[in-house]
Design a protein around this ligand. Structure first.
Ligand SMILES: *Cc1c(COP(=O)(O)O)cnc(C)c1O
Length: 373
């Protein structure tokens, strides 16, 4: 007996990520691998950079893709910007805010937490109150789209407040990028990271990041080396600088970057605003259908993320059994609850290529049958 090639089943991915990858992006992955210092590849990387500048709505020179998943983008922002002398205000309203706190703690910097409610947006007033009492704070960090709860925070207002208190901002846009309005330059975001596998609908494992000139200056002015060699942006920035000269830092995930390039072309062709509108429209349709099934949302309407719909599991319904029926009978994946909501919520994703009318219809029909059983 020998082990055979792995043939994954054809699923519809409507969880918290990864989302469905479009056939266009999958076929880009299968193109011939070339050297990562090949001039042709370097030309493609420069295009990835300008496509990312479009997706983030920024002119930041230091806009690039880290060769690792969203979590590495998070870590890269924290380890490059912070030193143990710094004080950081972290807004926590779910799992990913808690991870930000852990990043700060591991660096040995001081963290002051704005403790928010799970399932609600970050409260701008609570941030301002904390900043008033924390004059030594240099950074404010928050999650734009909290995938663990489905809450969308007002990044524009939070950045405005941070700026009034002379803080740079670190923003998690892993789930928000391409799914909801996000304007890095207009909102004055200093360091932002995202992920390839949520609303960009690319394969998992790449993290787009962008640093404002001010944030890049903080990194350049560091007196101590960044604790992580791999994530040290001062080394990687040269690799991505686009000045024609590229030196070896690590081997880029060549084919995954073809895929990212293709997914960003798909986004460019659709148009950012159209992508935001598509997520919103399909969310409205899904929300109506879920209400008809008697399922209620965790997050109040004005604070809901279109691309991540968290609903309470009705009393007496078996969480695991329902998700098994969806997976086995419909090849449909939805997300389980995470953290405080483990076992009590479902998280239905409408991300990127998965945000299509036929998926909304499939999900509602499948849920209806599973709930009846
Ligand atoms: C998914 C996610 C991450 C982590 O991204 P990975 O690619 O899984 O490492 C970070 N923050 C948020 C808000 C996410 O949804």
């Amino acid at each position: 007996m020998s082990i055979q090639s792995f043939m994954p089943p054809q699923r519809t991915l409507m969880g918290p990520g990864p989302s469905d990858v479009s056939p266009r992006v999958l076929s880009a992955l299968a193109r011939p691998t070339i050297g990562h210092l090949d001039p042709t590849f370097i030309g493609m990387m420069d295009e990835v950079k300008s496509l990312l500048q479009y997706a983030f709505q920024t002119k930041n020179t230091y806009t690039m893709a880290i060769s690792a998943p969203g979590s590495a983008g998070m870590e890269a922002c924290f380890v490059n910007l912070l030193t143990p002398d710094d004080t950081v205000v972290v807004c926590k309203n779910g799992v990913f805010g808690a991870r930000m706190i852990e990043n700060v703690q591991r660096i040995g910097a001081k963290v002051v937490v704005v403790d928010g409610t799970w399932g609600r947006a970050v409260d701008p007033q609570a941030l301002e109150d904390t900043l008033k009492q924390t004059p030594q704070a240099r950074f404010v960090a928050f999650v734009h789209a909290e995938t663990s709860t489905g809450a969308l925070s007002d990044a524009k207002t939070l950045c405005e407040i941070a700026r009034q208190y002379n803080c740079l901002t670190i923003v998690d846009a892993v789930t928000s990028l391409a799914g909801v309005e996000l304007k890095v330059d207009e909102w004055g975001i200093d360091a932002i990271y995202s992920g390839s596998q949520k609303c960009l609908s690319c394969v998992p494992g790449i993290s787009p990041v962008s640093f404002s000139d001010q944030a890049a200056q903080v990194i350049k002015n560091r007196k101590t080396a960044v604790q992580s060699w791999f994530l040290d942006q001062s080394l990687v920035m040269e690799y991505w600088s686009g000045q024609g000269k590229r030196s070896y830092h690590h081997t880029a995930p060549v084919n995954s970057l073809y895929a990212l390039h293709e997914s960003l072309i798909v986004l460019q062709n659709e148009g950012l605003e159209n992508s935001w509108a598509r997520h919103r429209n399909l969310h409205n349709k899904l929300a109506l259908g879920l209400a008809n099934l008697g399922l209620d949302f965790i997050v109040p309407e004005q604070e809901r993320l279109p691309q991540l719909n968290a609903v309470n599991i009705p009393q007496g319904v078996d969480d695991v059994k329902v998700r098994q029926i969806l997976l086995n009978d419909y090849n449909l994946e939805i997300g389980a609850g995470l953290g405080q909501f483990a076992g009590t919520a479902w998280r239905i994703g409408l991300m990127g290529y998965a945000a299509r009318n036929e998926n909304v219809v499939l999900c509602l029909a499948a849920l209806k049958e599973a709930l009846t059983k």
